[in-house]
Design a protein around this ligand. Structure first.
Ligand SMILES: *Cc1c(COP(=O)(O)O)cnc(C)c1O
Length: 423
């Protein structure tokens, strides 16, 4: 058993659904991102079933994986989108996504991004500071429209996750401190080009326990009650903070457990009219993808054994950036003479590693699958060392489709120009 239900061994070969990964590597080369359409659908279904008939909007946190094929699949399933840039807005519009189901998050929204989002008619702006509020009021006023806003409130709760992906503590750059929220809401309500519609929070990513969500929820519900007393009526509560996935042996929180507890608390406080918005990213796509890579060289020394592979930190930065663990599977396991390996890429950085101290039986030319590479893999990829970004393939049963080809080498520098000659 691997960590991802749709990537399993059949006859000794790791498959994506019904397609052997060896076949995809042969046809498209490596490194190669391989996604499973079924995994996307199953992940969506777990949220849909959890929501049931309740008033829930799922806005896919698309920075996890913004390939148009992925976005389009979620759009067709009924998803809204959580965007963090004008570029992401353009992607959603490119697939004909419904702007009234877009929430716009992010601490640094620029004027052009605000204009584009107002023009598109997004559901709301998740505003993260008083300065942003003032700017948005100006931009909306100039455009002669009213912007729907929700304030991202920082509830000061510990999401019990990695510091780099924890966002709801006082010392994080995100959101408006909960103590300042009332005053900022009053300010928002006083600006004619703004309409207050929601309360938002985002406490972190890869969360595996319900406790932190409920701590945040209690604080936000108290805020919503106080706002109502002051005549500011909130329609939706956006509970950001991404449910985790299994990278190794985690037992992720289920969307149903989360939503059942959330609605129980809404009922208890007579706030059942609130729409709940969730912004899952990783949990919708993380285990729907793997990164295939080939062993180029083995280096054995007394201190360490290295497997130098053709994928690198530019294809998957999570290990070196977050000290993240990705499970490594030999696509055709050899079964004997395993050694402890560091899996490293060819980039000229000691930080270019993908996994450390893994027991594997390897030979040059072997194919490896780096698991759980559906989220924050391709979207964080770069062209460092002038390495083209790898192709992305979507498997669907026994079929497969290239949803983004490998970048041709010349495209990496085609738009660069030389300086004029010096006289
Ligand atoms: C990153 C992000 C998400 C998605 O987070 P996951 O942990 O991947 O589920 C959702 N909302 C906002 C505002 C984000 O920044």
């Amino acid at each position: 058993m691997t960590v991802a239900p749709d990537f399993q061994f059949q006859n000794g070969v790791l498959h994506a659904e019904s397609v052997p990964l060896t076949k995809l590597a042969q046809e498209f080369g490596t490194p190669l991102y391989v996604y499973s359409r079924k995994a996307l659908n199953d992940a969506w279904e777990s949220y849909r079933q959890a929501a049931g008939q309740r008033n829930v909007l799922i806005c896919y946190g698309m920075k996890a994986n913004s390939n148009l094929a992925v976005l389009n699949e979620f759009k067709n399933l009924g998803a809204g989108f959580d965007i963090v840039s004008g570029g992401e807005l353009a992607r959603v519009l490119a697939i004909g996504g419904d702007p009234s189901k877009i929430v716009f998050s992010g601490v640094g929204k620029q004027v052009w991004e605000m204009r584009a989002a107002l023009k598109a008619g997004v559901k709301c702006f998740n505003v993260e500071s008083e300065a942003e509020l003032v700017r948005l009021a100006e931009v909306a006023g100039q455009a002669g429209v009213v912007a729907d806003v929700s304030l991202r409130v920082n509830p000061d709760v510990d999401a019990l996750t990695h510091p780099y992906i924890s966002t709801g503590l006082k010392e994080n750059k995100f959101g408006i401190a909960i103590e300042a929220a009332l005053a900022t809401y009053q300010r928002a309500a006083s600006l004619p080009s703004l309409r207050v519609v929601g309360v938002d929070c985002h406490i972190g990513s890869q969360i595996t326990e319900v406790g932190p969500y409920l701590d945040a929820l209690e604080k936000l519900l108290a805020l919503i009650e106080t706002l109502a007393q002051q005549g500011v009526h909130i329609r939706h509560l956006d509970l950001g903070g991404g449910i985790g996935i299994r990278y190794t042996d985690e037992t992720p929180l289920s969307p149903k457990v989360l939503l059942d507890q959330v609605f129980e608390r809404l009922q208890a406080r007579d706030l059942g009219h609130l729409q709940i918005v969730l912004e899952p990213g990783r949990s919708l796509v993380g285990n729907a993808g793997v990164l295939l890579t080939t062993v180029e060289y083995l280096k054995h020394s007394t201190a360490k054994n290295f497997a130098v592979v053709d994928a690198a930190m530019n294809d998957l930065i999570r290990p070196t950036l977050y000290d993240a663990w990705h499970s490594i599977e030999a696509v055709e396991p050899r079964g004997q003479s395993a050694r402890k390996y560091d899996i490293v890429g060819p980039i000229c950085e000691s930080g270019d590693w993908l996994a450390r101290d893994r027991m594997l039986a390897l030979q040059q030319g072997d194919l490896l699958a780096i698991m759980s590479a559906g989220a924050y893999a391709f979207t964080m990829a770069s062209q460092y060392n002038t390495r083209p970004r790898a192709a992305e393939v979507m498997v669907d049963g026994e079929h497969y489709h290239v949803v983004r080809p490998r970048e041709p080498l010349h495209s990496l520098f085609a738009s660069e120009t030389l300086l004029p000659e010096t006289k």
